[in-house]
Design a protein around this ligand. Structure first.
Ligand SMILES: [Zn+2]
Length: 399
């Protein structure tokens, strides 16, 4: 059955100017949003876009009544397989205590103590929140198990909910290896990787003081790649460091955080296929300075926005909130922020079927309760997702 959505006040397709084949490469090279537009869904895919007046007939017609339609958000960075919560740690941090990577360990204890159904229910609950906020594709990492068995069940549980599963045994050194971090890296690159690789697409490492150093990070990425996984890196979150350069050198899909960048880090990202994935929910929740998104964009780097939904440093599943932060505090234009949350996320996951609404794309799309995408930042904190289609199926809302 085909569906025509007509009378769209503003349609953002992210389609490259003059042709199909995936999202446009940059926000600022993208065609302007279409006004008074229509879109046809057929067989789960986008079948047609253009002016309302020229729309073809379809089995079902939906009147958007002047509201905006845009691609579903692509959240390329989330940690949803965990148990417990850290509300008291957040409150203490807001009262003046610093954030460090060590807080992860309290979540590790709770995660190890949880049953598989409890962990699965947590992912299901957060994935439902994400969908209601317009996220139609999300990535999900392990990293709160840190034993072979707990990492293996974490990736297996994540794989029930998304194809974008990331093995993050190298999140922090497991507490049992406090005196033997090299032994933990050997485990991450050996038995733990063997147990996790069948369920994962990606390998990730937290390259930071207090987590893993450059040689360890290179070893983890190389072992993952040898096992058929593709690399991505937690880089330069808490201070300057080698994470971004290691990500570029490994041809990683994405270097995530990028809060502290040198000029050479920015040059390296701009000259590479590695996306700079910015996670402003973290800076908001840890009261750190925001990454310099303007420098990245001006240098020509591709920028993605993601939630980093996790119980410690960014417990939000709301991409609209991240867009509002990106516009207000990182000085992206509203259109650049939407591009980063859709096409940028798709690039960070090396996907060309999502993140845009060109003909042939997966029909993952959002209708706002607003006439333009700008409302996502203009009305912060206000739910504005009227409806969400996933693979052509109306998954949230009614029209
Ligand atoms: Zn993360």
């Amino acid at each position: 059955m085909s569906t025509l959505i007509t009378n769209i006040g503003e349609l953002i397709t992210n389609a490259p100017a003059g042709g199909s084949g995936g999202p446009s490469a940059r926000a600022d090279t993208e065609a302007a949003p279409l006004q008074d537009a229509a879109l046809v869904i057929d067989g789960g895919l986008v079948a047609w876009t253009g002016p309302s007046a020229a729309a073809p007939a379809a089995d079902e017609v939906i009147d958007a009544a002047g509201r905006a339609v845009l691609p579903g958000f692509v959240d390329s960075h989330a940690h949803l397989v965990f148990a417990g919560e850290r509300g008291a740690e957040f409150a203490a941090r807001m009262a003046g205590q610093p954030y460090s990577a060590g807080g992860i360990r309290s979540t590790v204890s709770a995660t190890r103590a949880a049953s598989d159904p409890q962990l699965g229910d947590n992912v299901r609950r957060l994935a439902a929140e994400m969908l209601a906020a317009g996220i139609t594709t999300f990535e999900c990492k392990s990293g709160y198990g840190l034993t072979v068995a707990d990492e293996a069940r974490s990736v297996a549980i994540a794989a029930h909910f998304t194809p974008e599963v990331t093995y993050l045994g190298a999140h922090v050194v497991a507490p049992e290896f406090d005196q033997d971090p090299a032994g933990y890296v050997t485990l991450v690159c050996g038995a733990m990787l063997d147990a996790c690789a069948p369920h994962a697409k990606w390998v990730d490492v937290f390259c930071e003081d207090g987590a893993f150093g450059p040689d360890e990070a290179r070893a983890v990425l190389a072992a993952g790649q040898a096992a058929g996984l593709q690399p991505r890196v937690h880089a330069n979150q808490l201070g300057p460091g080698p994470g971004v350069q290691i990500a570029v050198e490994a041809k990683a899909a994405s270097a995530d955080h990028c809060t502290y960048l040198s000029d050479s880090d920015i040059d390296a990202l701009a000259a590479s296929g590695t996306v700079a994935t910015l996670l402003p929910g973290v800076e908001f929740s840890t009261r750190q300075p925001y990454p310099d998104a303007r420098r990245l964009l001006d240098a020509g780097a591709a920028v993605a926005l993601a939630t980093d939904c996790n119980p410690g440093s960014s417990f939000t599943s709301s991409m609209p909130f991240c867009i509002a932060l990106a516009v207000r505090d990182m000085h992206l234009t509203t259109l650049q922020a939407v591009w980063a949350a859709t096409a940028g996320g798709a690039r960070a996951l090396r996907r060309d079927d999502v993140g845009h609404l060109d003909v042939g794309a997966r029909a993952d799309l959002i209708m706002l309760n607003a006439p333009s995408h700008a409302y996502l930042a203009y009305r912060p904190g206000v739910p504005q997702i009227a409806a969400v289609w996933q693979g052509g199926r109306l998954a949230v809302g009614y029209v």
